[in-house]
Design a protein around this ligand. Sequence first.
Ligand code: NAD
Length: 293
Amino acid sequence: MKIGFIGLGIMGKPMAKNLLKAGKSVVVYDVASEPVEEVVRAGAEAAASPKDVAGGTDVIITMLPNSPHVREVLCGKDGLLEGLSAGKIVVDMSSIAPIASREMCGLVREKGCEMLDAPVSGGQEKAEKGTLAIMVGGSEPVYQKVREILDLLGKSTYVGESGAGQVTKLVNQTIVAVNIAAVAEGMAFAKKAGVDPERVFHAIRGGLAGSQCMEDKAPRMLEERYNPGFRITLHVKDLNNVLETSRNLHISMPMTSQVMEMMQNLMARGCEGMDHGALGKFYELLNDVSLKK
Ligand code: NAD
């Protein structure tokens, strides 16, 4: 089974390399030439366009920033739709809006093909190790056909029909955002109330308040270490997709909206390229306090 891979950024490049390491035959495309050259040196074949990728492969994975990029790759000039023939499978692993994902799945099905949404959680390190959490939406029998490929990238879980993978990813992004904000709020409270936030962290990390978010982000806040990691711009993109979806469905999401405002404030201060743990910085500025130990 020949695999196409489009989008060789922070996440896509190591994922494509893992497929090559597992002995798969991979055809790649990206608008940027440098990552293409690097993955070709690792054994991939380069294609001239998404259409070209679709023509020469059976399963096409996309790993792009957001809905407009996936739409461009699928529906644009020399896009995937121009190259797809019946029976091929598109697996979009980007994090995009569920409504856009469902719409694009419909366009792919009109070609006699299938499309799964399979966004991931885990970041660059897990992409490199092949240990991503993959949330899959679409036809379950189609998922079973490509499961062997997804297993090379991480642990996949089938969650429902088209768009369900993207909804699951947005749930993940909401919980992570609110959790990081809660950690920052607690650490700032401790400092202002005269207790060393680092001691507080060590005292509570093993209890109910402990979380993977706290384990990763509290030390970052205490060291003011905000290099990414997961950039604020990407999290704002995801929360935008959450809020757009929730508004369409008339769902009230007060906590997500609050954290979105905090992230917007950090963006306005030029922090968009920092790790989302920089919510600690928001609380520092809000309360005129330093979390640094
Ligand atoms: P990135 O910006 O590093 O990479 C995106 C790649 O897509 C780039 O190489 C870019 O050149 C390419 N691209 C953009 N438009 C294109 C087009 N029209 N045709 C071909 N290539 C095009 O992004 P990333 O960090 O790899 O993230 C990819 C997706 O994974 C995003 O949806 C992101 O939210 C999600 N994600 C990222 C992380 C993370 O830690 N970075 C973690 C989980 C999920």
